[in-house]
Design a protein around this ligand. Sequence first.
Ligand SMILES: *[C@@H]1O[C@H](CO)[C@@H](O)[C@H](O)[C@H]1NC(C)=O
Ligand SMILES: *[C@@H]1O[C@H](CO)[C@@H](O)[C@H](O)[C@H]1NC(C)=O
Ligand SMILES: *[C@@H]1O[C@H](CO)[C@@H](O)[C@H](O)[C@H]1NC(C)=O
Ligand SMILES: *[C@@H]1O[C@H](CO)[C@@H](O)[C@H](O)[C@H]1NC(C)=O
Ligand SMILES: *[C@@H]1O[C@H](CO)[C@@H](O)[C@H](O)[C@H]1NC(C)=O
Ligand SMILES: *[C@@H]1O[C@H](CO)[C@@H](O)[C@H](O)[C@H]1NC(C)=O
Ligand SMILES: *[C@@H]1O[C@H](CO)[C@@H](O)[C@H](O)[C@H]1NC(C)=O
Ligand SMILES: *[C@@H]1O[C@H](CO)[C@@H](O)[C@H](O)[C@H]1NC(C)=O
Ligand SMILES: *[C@@H]1O[C@H](CO)[C@@H](O)[C@H](O)[C@H]1NC(C)=O
Length: 600
Amino acid sequence: MRFFAFASLAASLLPFAHAGLSVDLGGHGGASVSIGHRRSPPRQSIADLYVASESPVAKAGLLANIGPDGSKSSGAKAGIVIASPSTVNPDYLYTWVRDSSLVFKVLIDQYTSGQDASVAARDLIDAFVSAEAILQQLPNPSGTVDAGGLGEPKFNINETAFTDSWGRPQRDGPALRATAIISYANWLIDHGNSSWVTKTLWPIIKLDLDYVSVNWNQSTYDLWEEVDSSSFFTTAVQHRALREGAALASSIGQSSVVSGYDDQADNLLCFMQSYWNPSEGYMTANTGGGRSGKDANTVITSIRTFDPAAGCDASTFQPCSDKALSNLKVYVDSFRSIYNINAGWQANAPVAVGRYPEDIYYDGNPWYLTTFAVAEQLYDALIVWKAQGSLTVSATSLAFFRQFQSGVQPGTYSASTPTYGTLVEAVASFADGFLTKNAEYTPAGGALSEQYNKTTGAQTSAADLTWSYAAALTAFAARGGFASPSWGAKGLKVPSVCKANPVPTVAVTFNLTGATTNSGEGVYITGSVDALKIWSTTDPVPLKLAGNTTWSVTVGIPASTIVQYKYLKLDNGTVTWESDPNNQITTPAGGNLTINDTWR
Ligand SMILES: *[C@@H]1O[C@H](CO)[C@@H](O)[C@H](O)[C@H]1NC(C)=O
Ligand SMILES: *[C@@H]1O[C@H](CO)[C@@H](O)[C@H](O)[C@H]1NC(C)=O
Ligand SMILES: *[C@@H]1O[C@H](CO)[C@@H](O)[C@H](O)[C@H]1NC(C)=O
Ligand SMILES: *[C@@H]1O[C@H](CO)[C@@H](O)[C@H](O)[C@H]1NC(C)=O
Ligand SMILES: *[C@@H]1O[C@H](CO)[C@@H](O)[C@H](O)[C@H]1NC(C)=O
Ligand SMILES: *[C@@H]1O[C@H](CO)[C@@H](O)[C@H](O)[C@H]1NC(C)=O
Ligand SMILES: *[C@@H]1O[C@H](CO)[C@@H](O)[C@H](O)[C@H]1NC(C)=O
Ligand SMILES: *[C@@H]1O[C@H](CO)[C@@H](O)[C@H](O)[C@H]1NC(C)=O
Ligand SMILES: *[C@@H]1O[C@H](CO)[C@@H](O)[C@H](O)[C@H]1NC(C)=O
């Protein structure tokens, strides 16, 4: 009852009913990898059935979550994407820049490729652009449009700022939004509408790209909104946005920004390489967070920065690159033993996967969108191998390929070789196996939540997650051989030395009155940024008396940054804080700032 109509079918055909193949990728027990023969004629696999039944459900589910007319998004302004209609446990009735941009990238690709060239689709895309232009301008807790505000992760669906505390800033949003709108802009240019691009789209795109260009080298919350450090997904999507942004700028005569964007893109490409863990063969998702770093972050990076023209380039982490395939195996394997529903399968079977193995959100469960992402990366890889007529096994990707042919050796196998045929069929079957996992845990009707229970398979967390539907659509499209247009990843050269991009600082003068001190006592300031010693009570920044009653200090603080701080007195190690709450300022983009405070 809980499962989709064909779940019983799935059960009867499992473990290896993939696309007419009999490649055994996951029997309970059983021996090593066995590669069978193509059945003739191929029967419809579970993956085929799932794609056929779930595609319309996913599209409808996605559209239901977009205002103003979406059936589940009442109250959302035009073009606003709600994350989910769920208002309690969890409350996701907000609009996230990341989710919205990923969702609209799907709709824009469908529109520009002719998969959905409807007037309604075009209208919705234009509404999205208008809505995002409004959100960009809203002053919010991350700042204002020209001072940090573009890093704000989420807004109310009536286009007002969300002001409660949150993991902010999140610096992937502007990059993803730029990528979505740039893909629309490129199509408009090709279809004789450059004036709309120059007049309407470019100012929006430029704000986001300028933000990325200036701020990429500062810490950020990751896409799961938990870790404040540097994050591979964020770095990679920033790289992509600046590359394609520079190309767009060049094509519409905005030459003044081109070299700046390209320079920072080079710096980002260089920085991207530093996340690689060579001894264990995976991309470390975040530089902070105290986890293994095995994370769907990286798989999602690979599919969202897929460029079909870039071959199997590892520096941009293309889906068929040896690094991305090695990473995929390490990531997938990390979920084999921690979810009960994955128990009992062979070590090379497709399994349900989640965000990262240490996840405790809702006890840590498989997610639809991460399991779809694995399938999509593999489908993307197949697109490129088929286009280039060969496949390369390297020392780095050997463990990945040996899941399918235990004796395979490093080398390049052309399409005419049996090894190529065996591996390509096995990878296709493996990919389908991940769709089949999601199919098994998709309830009747096809609604997709965020997660499904790792023990029972029942849906949990937010219902009708828009991103789950988007992830289904992109995985299905890739299975059908569709690749989004190229974005310029081909033939890039990684600089030999990585350059940082320190953000400009602003001279902030803190003047404090009303602080009376005993002899021997000093007045200090500390706060949320390095320049204020990150809440140190042992090494805070001292103020000096400037006049009889004003204490003062001038500190260089990154521009366009939210800073929380407090004054304190220190007397030989004894700390006296001023009373709550913390003070907060947003530094301007340039110039300087004088703050006049009174001790509380
Ligand atoms: C917008 O939505 C928020 C959150 O639901 C609500 O608090 C606020 O009053 C609304 N503002 C307007 C102008 O409707
Ligand atoms: C260009 O595209 C915009 C946005 O869809 C549209 O409003 C406008 O009519 C188009 N102009 C032309 C000349 O097609
Ligand atoms: C800034 O860039 C440098 C050079 O790539 C890198 O070492 C550093 O970790 C980066 N820091 C952040 C916060 O991005
Ligand atoms: C998953 O199912 C188990 C067993 O019924 C239950 O104890 C657990 O609370 C469920 N987890 C979630 C997040 O719903
Ligand atoms: C603030 O401090 C600076 C010196 O750091 C001083 O020049 C300025 O007059 C002070 N302002 C006030 C209002 O005391
Ligand atoms: C500081 O205090 C002294 C002694 O009370 C007084 O003469 C002087 O004018 C004061 N200076 C200022 C700037 O208030
Ligand atoms: C400061 O504190 C230390 C240890 O608490 C003490 O030994 C020392 O005498 C104190 N110094 C003064 C000047 O009070
Ligand atoms: C602050 O900026 C003003 C004008 O922008 C300038 O005149 C002044 O010298 C600056 N002060 C410092 C300390 O940089
Ligand atoms: C702080 O005081 C100085 C001197 O009185 C004044 O020029 C400046 O505008 C004040 N700054 C703020 C933020 O109130």
